[in-house]
Ligand binder design. Structure first.
Ligand code: 5AD
Ligand code: FES
Length: 350
């Protein structure tokens, strides 16, 4: 591979940084573990130039685990009869925000399955109530594929950001991960619609999902370059025992961290979380992610009583802790590696 590239790791990383692009050969070279520490160091330096030592926090409120979709990887898929379903009431959601605000959160992420109980009217009511009480906070939605009209209504009600991972940018791979009623084309259309409406948009994918190859990852990176999202969420695939992928191997820490660094070099300004999934497969996974270019963490604000039920994957961390415990734990972790948790909205810096 070195011969093909005609170069060593220093020039490969410099090349990616300069062009803000990557070739398939370079990607393969880095994924084979050839980068040593250099890639992570360059990614951390790029992130430092734009965001300094700041780590932004987002309070995650998992408000429903009902879902009409049946993605093969996900623990809250409709076909999982073992999932204990729950919904939070608007009052419960507002109570999460109140506690979150007290703890210093200025972004609330409302995440849930695609749950038809939460009609546009209900969603807009919730969004307006939060904005009324916390006008200095940003609201991020993560509730899946909706019509352009719905996205528009949430935006008008006050939602600022939207997370919708594309999961894979390769058609054949997309259909290995999802039933036939879902399509990559529709997913992409949703992302472009959200961007056009004016949301700060987040895409992303799981690392090590069944069927993922260097080629599909290359397509993911090229798609991200094209979409230019404000946020990119990536974390390792972790098998959930009651799904069709329950016996598949999970993604690795090394590959996830390498991809975080590459994404930082391709999209220097991106808001990039060190995800809970990364912290689940390695006790210091989130720290590794932050040192390799990530700059966001998303601790859980959901009530302790429902946390175990939002089980997208097995052995998820932080399901037994109160919000206050998690934020303290994360502050210590972030500070232990020389970064600082910042209590503001943490908007994208263009
Ligand atoms: N392992 C890791 N991540 C998962 N997600 C869903 N199921 C799993 C799993 N088994 C991710 C998907 C989704 C996000 C909310 O969680 O990428 O977009
Ligand atoms: Fe939740 Fe450490 S972040 S317990």
């Amino acid at each position: 591979m070195i011969a093909i590239l005609g170069d060593d790791v220093i020039s490969v990383v410099a090349d990616i940084e300069r062009k803000k692009n990557i070739t398939k050969a370079e990607l393969q070279y880095l994924l084979e573990g050839n980068e040593g520490e250099l890639l992570g160091q360059r990614a951390a330096a790029v992130r430092q130039e734009i965001y300094g030592q700041a780590v932004f926090i987002r309070g995650l409120i998992e408000f429903t685990n009902y879902c009409k979709n049946n993605c093969y990887y996900c623990g809250i898929r409709r076909g999982n009869k073992l999932a204990e379903r729950y919904r939070l009431t608007e009052e419960e959601i507002l109570a999460c925000c109140q506690e979150g605000y007290r703890l210093g959160f200025r972004t609330f992420v409302l995440q849930g399955g695609e749950d038809e109980y939460f009609t546009d009217a209900r969603m807009c009511h919730i969004i307006r109530s939060i904005k009324e009480q916390y006008p200095d906070c940003a609201i991020t939605l993560s509730i899946g594929e909706k019509s352009a009209e719905s996205y528009q209504q949430y935006f008008q009600a006050g939602a600022d950001r939207y997370l919708l991972r594309h999961e894979t940018a390769n058609e054949a791979h997309y259909s290995q991960l999802h039933p036939a009623e879902m399509s990559l084309q529709h997913r992409k259309k949703c992302l472009y619609t959200l961007r056009d409406i004016g949301y700060q948009v987040g895409a992303g994918f799981m690392v090590g999902s069944p069927g993922q190859t260097v080629d599909t990852l290359y397509e993911d990176l090229q798609f991200l370059r094209e979409l230019k999202p404000h946020m990119v969420g990536i974390g390792p695939f972790i098998p959930q025992h009651a799904t069709p992928f329950g016996q598949k191997p999970g993604g690795t820490v090394e590959r996830t961290v390498t991809l975080l660094s590459i994404i930082r070099l391709l999209l220097p300004h991106v808001l990039l979380p060190a995800t809970t999934a990364l912290g689940t497969i390695d006790p210091v996974g989130r720290e590794k992610g932050l040192r390799a270019g990530a700059n966001v963490v998303m601790p859980n604000l959901s009530p302790k009583s429902v946390r175990k039920k939002y089980a997208l994957y097995d052995a998820k961390i932080c399901t037994g802790e109160e919000a206050a415990e998690c934020i303290n734990c994360l502050k210590n972790r972030v500070e232990s590696i020389g970064y600082t948790v910042v209590c503001d909205r943490g908007d994208y810096r263009p």
